[in-house]
Design a protein around this ligand. Structure first.
Ligand code: FA5
Ligand code: MG
Length: 382
């Protein structure tokens, strides 16, 4: 039953074992594809956009309320249905419990579908204010802003009676005001001026409840859910006579807005062309699109001439290959001691933003490049 103190659970960390996640139980509906994403912990990589945005949010709350929020990044993603649903008052017949919506490990164990699964246990451990970040799993629709694995940050802050007495308002009112102030402040901290709106919402674990939407690429994008915590959760897991707010942020959604990332799948990319665009602590990066199509490179070695310069070469290559040329780099250079002649080897990477290139067209371009480099830059091809 909900809100009765559960026995303390052992805190496990690290990548779950395959046998634990895909255990052959009749209720199990976890696929290999999902299992492979477990333990990747994008939120714990300081230079990944998800890690950067997590840290920026931690920094915001530390600046707003120094020393107040305790942070947790390594809560195990496999939780009981009790933690995921019962303890946050999700009704027995709620759609989110269906195996159509949630990944079950067995009848009473799921891949958490939200970080709210950690609200009750963290309150029971005596924490009055905390931020819990982790990967969450949902069977969900597929589009540019939905993915079956994503990252949430749960925030909870408890208020005691002296605080709302001092503020001269009822506790629930203080909690709601502080919640909205904090989240609007956060939006401003991350995005500067951005169009935001509050939508009335429903969650079983908060009342009243709200969602925050941000205007992004011509549409309103939901970035978080929040509200004043249902009293029975707080009374049963913390102490009676308090009030609290709670929120759950979608980190991918926030990172998409901040870094101008157009597709949620990009966060799972191993491609350096994505990863190298972001640096720990830097909120100013804006994603520059690159092609999804394969590249093809050609190397070309020659003895340089007085007419040769790298810029001349690039100009010539660009004139022939246009936007099909992605990169020109010198991969080797040496000088012959006897003759004093210098040899360079250049690599030309070809790639289209729109299509896969054929061998024939790249060979034709490269032949042209070789011919003109010899004629115009007077180099001696090797
Ligand atoms: C929840 O998960 C609530 N637990 C949030 C909450 C916490 C409310 C505490 C009140 C108090 P929701 O299902 O709306 O709510 O998800 C929260 C956020 O996760 C969304 O606003 C969105 O930013 C993000 N999100 C939801 N589904 C996906 C998805 N498939 N892919 C990427 N992000 C998603
Ligand atoms: Mg929602």
């Amino acid at each position: 039953t909900a809100c009765v103190a559960a026995p303390a659970t052992e805190l496990r960390t690290g990548k779950p074992k395959r046998e634990e996640v895909m255990n052959g139980s009749p209720e199990n509906n976890v696929s290999d594809y999902i299992y492979e994403k477990m333990g990747m912990d994008l939120h714990r990589q300081p230079s990944h956009p998800i890690g950067i945005i997590k840290q920026a949010i931690y920094d915001f709350f530390e600046a707003r309320n120094p020393g107040m929020f305790k942070t947790f990044d390594d809560r195990y993603p496999i939780v009981t249905t009790r933690a995921n649903f019962d303890e946050v008052l999700v009704p027995a017949d709620h759609i989110s419990r269906s195996p159509n919506d949630t990944y079950y490990v067995d009848a009473s164990t799921v891949l958490r579908c939200h970080t709210s699964a950690h609200q009750a246990e963290t309150l029971r451990s005596g924490q009055p204010a905390f931020l819990v970040t982790g990967d969450v799993y949902r069977r969900d629709s597929i589009d540019a802003t939905h993915y079956p694995v994503f990252h949430q940050m749960e925030g909870v802050r408890v208020f005691s009676e002296p605080e709302w007495v001092a503020a001269g308002v009822p506790g629930a009112q203080l909690a709601e005001k502080d919640l909205k102030d904090a989240l609007e402040g956060l939006a401003k901290h991350l995005f500067g001026e951005v169009e935001c709106r509050w939508i009335d919402a429903y969650f079983p674990f908060t009342e009243p409840s709200f969602e925050l939407e941000i205007f992004f690429k011509g549409k309103w994008l939901e970035v978080l859910g929040c509200g004043v915590m249902e009293q029975v959760i707080l009374d049963g897991n913390y102490k009676p006579g308090h009030k609290a707010w709670a929120f759950g942020l979608g980190l991918e959604r926030l990172a998409m807005v901040l870094f101008d990332v157009p597709d949620i799948r990009l966060f799972w990319s191993n491609d350096d062309r994505f990863l190298k665009q972001f640096r720990a602590g830097d909120l100013s990066a804006r994603f520059k699109p690159y092609s999804k199509f394969p590249s093809c490179y050609k190397d070309m070695a020659f003895w340089v001439s007085p007419q040769f310069s790298e810029n001349n070469l690039c100009e010539l290559v660009r004139n022939i290959g246009g936007d099909l040329v992605e990169e020109v780099t010198c991969i080797d250079t040496f000088t012959n001691k006897k003759t004093g002649k210098t040899s360079n080897c250049y690599r030309i990477v070809y790639r289209s933003m729109e299509r896969s290139l054929t061998d024939e067209e790249i060979n034709a371009l490269q032949d042209d490049v070789r011919k003109q480099v010899a004629e115009v830059l007077k180099v001696e091809l090797r």
